[in-house]
Write a protein that binds this ligand. Structure first.
Ligand code: ATP
Ligand code: MG
Length: 581
């Protein structure tokens, strides 16, 4: 039965590809591949779940090796060939003619510099199937959709999911001689189908590049931009040729998270299976076409050691914030991290939360789950916009209120924007010490104004529960490029009777480019000293010993977040504060 069905499908594809005019003026419509919708869904393999649990890295490598071996060099690979020359992208054309210098090469990527151009260029060979090939790809895609059912939640690891799909797609192609796909093209078609079904089409390779921080699709017939960890903003050789191509990708992402993007809902916030955060817009919201902004998830999240090495904060300030997180076991600080877009707030929040003791019960609430903590007793909550029927919305505020009923030791709100501010401050003022969150603001003073103004509306009197505001900025330095720096660590005072003000305990010296401790008498440090009975000197000694500990990790290049968190916790466990320090 499966064979009959496939034969019919392949025959249709063959017929239509024979009569195909592959010129771009006559684009192929998907409907031309006639697939009967009433075909029963048949499982090629009913053991997906079982298989999913047993996939090994070795299996994947061996399979890929075997399938690539089938590729012989006597048949040309479809890259950008003469027929498609007119379809070359802007950057491809530019790189072909300009005098360029190769700056770096890794995997399939080459980074070029062209004299006189402000940005560098990111080149990656792209397989743009010809229209005839697209026909075949669509057919195999249809067949795969009908014949293979692998529930995403059963195979969570994206690499394993890809592997399973590739195996099954290869089986489908192999068992269908009607398609007349030579062995040398098997890998090309299998990869193309995998990329479209379980990957992200044209930008799939960009999503897999861990050196990228951000991927930005700005509309059709314009280069896709990337922000690279080392080479910063670049134009890539990838380009969507039509609005439809972009909207197809946006729809695919929307479907994965059970949403719909259309004229009445032209905005989408979602998370990809690899954890990356994505925002998409379509017309009429973005007038010159669909856009995608993808903040890539870091496989290897930054630790405090990475931030010290990058100069984001000094080791002394890092040691101080570490003390603030555990509060010397007496008074963990309530802190807000402020900064502009992309200044590194979420990253710093993650870095600091990694200092929280494994003994605590931690609840995080986010719009799009981005935090990646090395903690065991951690409950992640994620907000959700209304579903397709306009119901099922889960607002951050509702989740924060609910979190209070879950006996949390710590409440962390990823990004505070609306009513949740009031809920969080209620928690802070009713004894939930050690609460953390981020706010969009450019200084400590501005943070207070934002928090007390609409739509957050926190009454001034409640601000006294907030101990510290950390402000981070993203700067463009002529020599160093884009840098991220903590500009101040300030504490909040006043509020009960007079105006609420802030004073910096650490302040960045822009000339020396260091975050230095100021001479002010900190109210928060005084509270810690009062609770522990530590003298001023002993407090400073504690700060110093933690600073040295962090510097040693920097020196020994121990920066893995999990490792740093373990070592720091072990360090704190062995110390006791009070009389015997
Ligand atoms: N201190 C840092 N040094 C270098 N890169 C950093 C630093 N902090 C964050 N980044 C990188 O900058 C990007 C933005 O970081 P992050 O998501 O933490 O910013 P954000 O302020 O939370 O942004 P948004 O306002 O969009 O929520 C990420 O790709 C991250 O890896
Ligand atoms: Mg953020």
């Amino acid at each position: 039965m499966v064979d009959d069905y496939l034969s019919e499908l392949m025959k249709k594809a063959k017929e239509s590809s024979n009569t195909l005019d592959s010129s771009p003026q006559n684009p192929v419509k998907n409907e031309e591949v006639i697939i009967k919708n009433n075909q029963p869904k048949i499982l090629v393999e009913d053991r997906d779940e079982e298989i999913a649990g047993t996939i090994k890295q070795k299996d994947m490598e061996e399979f890929n090796k075997k399938i690539v071996e089938k590729e012989t060099s006597d048949e040309p690979k479809i890259e950008i060939n003469a027929d498609d020359a007119k379809e070359k992208t802007y950057v491809e054309k530019k790189l072909e003619t300009a005098k360029k210098k190769e700056l770096a090469k890794y995997g399939k990527v080459t980074i070029y510099e062209i004299a006189g151009e402000p940005m560098k260029f990111y080149f990656i060979p792209t397989l743009r199937p010809t229209s005839a090939e697209r026909k075949i790809i669509n057919t195999i895609k249809e067949a795969t959709t009908r014949l293979v059912s692998i529930a995403p939640f059963k195979v969570r690891n994206p690499e394993e999911r890809r592997f399973l799909y590739k195996q099954k797609i290869t089986d489908i192609i192999n068992s269908n001689p009607n398609l007349k796909i030579p062995p040398s093209r098997l890998n090309f078609y299998a990869d193309a189908v995998v990329r479209e079904m379980v990957g992200y089409g044209l930008i799939d390779d960009l999503i897999k590049d861990d050196k990228l921080e951000e991927i930005m699709v700005v509309g059709p017939k314009k280069p896709v931009y990337v922000f690279h960890r080392e080479f910063e903003m670049m134009e890539t050789s990838i380009e969507f040729f039509s609005e439809q191509e972009i909207e197809d990708l946006i729809n695919k992402i929307a479907r994965e998270v059970g949403r719909r993007v259309d004229v009445s809902n032209p905005l989408l916030d979602a998370r990809l299976t690899d954890g990356s955060r994505v925002n998409a817009t379509i017309p009429p919201a973005s007038i010159s076409g669909g856009t995608l902004t993808i903040r890539k998830f870091r496989e290897d999240p930054y630790s405090i050691i990475d931030l010290i090495r990058k100069g984001t904060l000094s080791s002394e300030a890092a040691a101080f914030l570490w003390i603030c997180i555990d509060g010397m076991n007496v008074k963990p600080a309530n802190m807000l991290i402020s900064g502009g877009t992309g200044s590194g707030k979420t990253t710093l929040l993650n870095v600091l939360a990694a200092f929280i003791s494994q003994r605590e019960r931690v609840l995080t609430i986010e719009d799009t789950a981005e935090l990646s903590l090395p903690l065991k007793h951690w409950i992640r909550m994620e907000a959700r916009p209304p579903g397709l029927e306009g119901t099922g919305e889960l607002r951050i505020d509702i989740l924060t209120k609910n979190a209070l009923r879950m006996r949390p030791d710590r409440i962390i709100v990823g990004e505070i924007r609306h009513d949740e501010a009031f809920t969080l401050f209620t928690a802070i003022n009713t004894g939930h010490d050690g609460s953390l969150g981020t706010v969009h603001a450019n200084s400590s003073q501005e943070t207070l104004v934002r928090v007390t103004s609409p739509p957050m509306n926190v009454p001034k009197i409640m601000l006294s529960g907030l101990d510290l505001i950390i402000v981070e900025h993203r700067y463009h330095d002529r020599k160093k490029g884009t840098i991220r720096r903590v500009s101040e660590i300030s504490e909040v005072y006043g509020g009960m009777t007079d105006d609420v003000k802030t004073q910096a305990i650490f302040q960045r010296d822009p000339v020396k480019d260091v975050l230095e401790r100021t001479l002010i008498n900190s109210k928060y440090i005084k509270t810690l000293r009062d609770f522990t009975g530590l003298s001023k000197e002993k407090f400073d000694a504690e700060l110093d010993i933690r600073k040295q500990f962090l510097e040693k990790l920097v020196e020994e290049n121990i920066h893995d977040l999990k490792k740093v968190s373990e070592l720091a916790q072990d360090f704190v466990e062995k110390r006791s504060y009070g009389e015997n320090l």
